[in-house]
Design a binder for this molecule. Structure first.
Ligand code: AMP
Ligand code: GLY
Length: 414
């Protein structure tokens, strides 16, 4: 089978790497690491005409989308209408990620456990609501409803910061159109776990549990990032019970879209928080998690291409065998990320081995040398029967090799 992966990050490298075990893989636009397992094609991820041309010229059997942006823009619909098998939701279904207001409404309507919320387009109303919540002794989280590339959530330290965030989004338009509508929700406390399901429109297959480390610095300190590391399985859940939660968090979403005549085909990601009242959904994404995918892919056995193809065709999805090993993924970033950071830093010599897999995120080639081209640059996944050993294998491949231009957390899985 000939598979086209759309995207250029560490998540797409992990998908391409796994797919390449059983398929011939192409990737647009990819990166130098992905180029080792797939044929790279030029093009923008949301250029529907270009993607169609690649599908035609390379006789693609299946298109797999990495990032959410082209999905929200309806590129999966476009390619499906041209007759291609596409693994990735329609624009209507991708609203589950593209509009937090839509997602919250759907969660409440279908009884999915989640934080209490209200949405606002008027600053004065948002401010009054935030005031009243804090007066009642409750804390809130402020979220831009639209797609803000991971920058749309503010977990404030106090009331003034919460009001400031609402003002920045609604009045100053700090996030553009993404923040013209905001969600103000109850602040929940607990450990987080990622529930990622492969969906064929009517049914799902849950991937093994994983945990993402979102903060920039050790101990969960510093600004939120796209993710500084991940481990799988999550140490905070019992795997069998975790898998059963999909009935509560994934099934109602699939049913909702199927009833409306818009089957959800693609990955559905529920970000869960383990509260004293049980798991609740913080968010849904219409795609694989990043960096969770880099931790999960090396753990699964079998033909991922076949599974995604069957899902794309709305056919029953066979079960997936999960290997006995645990994994830990460390993200290497340019120092300063998620703020300002240097680019074009040469990559140090670091090699994959059977139990240490290197995935490229933001990299490119300059003058014959692989250099950094983004904030998150490399992902290093260690695999071992014991979780602790997986962590130490990953750090063993990194420690001492990256100078002061780089940053990585030292506490992933520790
Ligand atoms: P989201 O993109 O909605 O998942 O939010 C990003 C991060 O913000 C989450 O992973 C949580 O760490 C935090 N967060 C979001 N919503 C809440 C909430 N209601 N209570 C506490 N933390 C939250
Ligand atoms: N790792 C969180 C996300 O992919 O949204």
């Amino acid at each position: 089978m000939r598979v086209l992966v759309v995207g250029s990050g560490g998540r797409e490298h992990a998908l391409a790497w796994k797919l390449a075990q059983t398929c011939e893989v192409f990737c647009v636009p990819g990166n130098p690491g992905i180029g080792e397992v797939a044929a790279l094609r030029d093009g923008a991820i949301d250029d529907s005409g270009r993607l169609e041309a690649i599908c035609r010229e390379d006789k693609i059997d299946l298109v797999v989308f990495g990032p959410e942006r082209p999905l929200i823009a309806g590129i999966a619909d476009y390619l499906r209408a041209k007759g291609y098998a596409v693994y990735g939701p329609s624009a209507v279904c991708a609203q589950i990620e593209g509009s937090k207001s839509f997602a919250k409404k759907l969660m409440i309507e279908r009884g999915i456990p989640t934080a209490k919320y209200r949405d606002f387009s008027e600053f004065n109303e948002a401010r009054d609501y935030i005031e009243s919540e804090y007066s009642a002794g409750r804390e809130v989280v402020v979220k831009a409803s639209g797609e803000a590339l991971g920058k749309g959530v503010v977990v404030p330290t106090d009331k003034d910061e919460a009001i400031g965030a609402a003002k920045a989004m609604l009045i100053d338009r700090s996030l553009g159109d993404a923040g013209q509508l905001i969600v103000v929700e109850e602040r929940l406390v607990g450990r987080e776990v990622s529930l990622i399901a492969l969906c064929n429109g009517l049914d799902y297959l849950v991937l093994p549990s994983s945990k993402d480390y979102k903060a920039a610095f050790d101990g969960g300190l510093g600004p939120n990032t796209g993710g500084m590391g991940a481990i799988s399985p999550s140490p905070d859940v019992e795997e069998e019970e975790f898998q059963s939660w999909a009935e509560k968090f994934i099934r109602p979403i699939l049913d909702f879209f199927a009833e409306a005549g818009n089957r959800y085909i693609g990955t559905l990601y529920a970000g869960l928080i383990l509260t004293e009242e049980g798991p609740k959904a913080l968010e849904f994404n219409a795609r694989f998690g990043d960096p969770e995918t880099q931790a999960i892919m090396p753990r699964i056995n079998g033909d991922l291409g076949e599974i995604l193809y069957l899902a794309a065709e709305g056919k029953p999805i066979p079960s997936l065998e999960v290997g006995p090993e645990c994994s830990a993924t460390i993200v290497l970033s340019a120092r300063g990320y998620p703020g300002k950071y240097e680019k074009n830093i040469p990559l140090p010599e670091i090699r994959s081995s059977e139990k240490v897999i290197i995935f490229h995120a933001g990299t490119s080639v300059m003058g014959g040398q692989v250099v950094s081209a983004g904030g998150r640059v490399l992902n290093v996944t260690g695999l071992a029967l014991e979780a602790k050993e997986a962590v130490e294998l990953a750090y063993g491949a990194i420690d001492g090799r990256f100078d002061e231009r780089w940053h990585y957390r030292k506490d992933i899985g520790r």
